[in-house]
Write a protein that binds this ligand. Sequence first.
Ligand code: NDP
Length: 281
Amino acid sequence: MHQIIDGKKISAKIKEEVKAEVALLKEKGISVGLAVVLVGEDPASKVYVGNKKKACEALGIASFEYLLPESTSEDELLALVEKLNADKAVDGILVQLPLPSHLDEKKVINAISPDKDVDAFHPVNVGKIMIGNYTFAPCTPAGIIELIERSGISIEGKSCVVIGRSNIVGKPMSMLLLHKNATVTICHSRTKDLSDVVRGADIVVAAVGRAKFVTADMVKDGAVVIDVGINRMADGKLCGDVDFESVAPKCSYITPVPGGVGPMTIAMLMKNTVAAAKNKI
Ligand code: NDP
């Protein structure tokens, strides 16, 4: 019988813990602040930024929102990042991606102070994750580790297969699992016999971006399956990278979409912001 890993419940618990930490810091006279920068009118990005603001407000974190027009120049954006780097009230800086095409994302990310880079995308933080000595990890993979561990699943010694090698999910996910002493295999679009590789996994993390990519025949009995995918279907509904209906009966644990990995990302962003604030003490 499979168990559903409830991301809503686990993320709510993490937010509660963060709220308590923020209150404790306030008692010591330390405020916590997150700056979120959005350039342009992308509707999905607007929703994400709005949700981040709401989460900050609910947890007692000061939220500084910068909604810049599509026409913002790179120099203007870099100047804002510099200003936020120097602002003592700002512990975390998040520039919502994707940026409009005339702006160089790499240049902007590299301009954020690594100490305030709560997304952990700056090369300094990427390197620290590689070494295993880091203050914050990218929110989605860090959230997945929380989902697994808080469900009472041990990672050590397990055979883990991560499908996807992006810089924001697949690669950091693999490193975090490795630091937990898993044996990690990374699959991607050129992997041969992918089904065979996935079938050997105790823990599967699917971050492919293709609806129902992982099917029942690819998963061994009793596996733990984590579905990162967010795919919008023709009927408007969200669908993961895992064919939930057929895969779930074979699993020991599985995350649903929605309600699995998704809610963890903001919770971990809040956690990273508090970690950045504690770092300045
Ligand atoms: P990317 O498109 O950057 O990466 C997808 C990865 O999947 C690539 O490494 C690609 O391989 C691999 N891939 C694509 N097709 C195949 C295939 N047929 N066989 C094997 N591997 C394949 O996506 P992201 O990592 O950014 O995101 C992945 C999914 O997770 C998306 O659905 C996204 O929306 C979702 N997501 C969810 C988040 C959440 O909060 N829940 C946060 C971030 C992402 P290759 O490198 O060879 O091209």
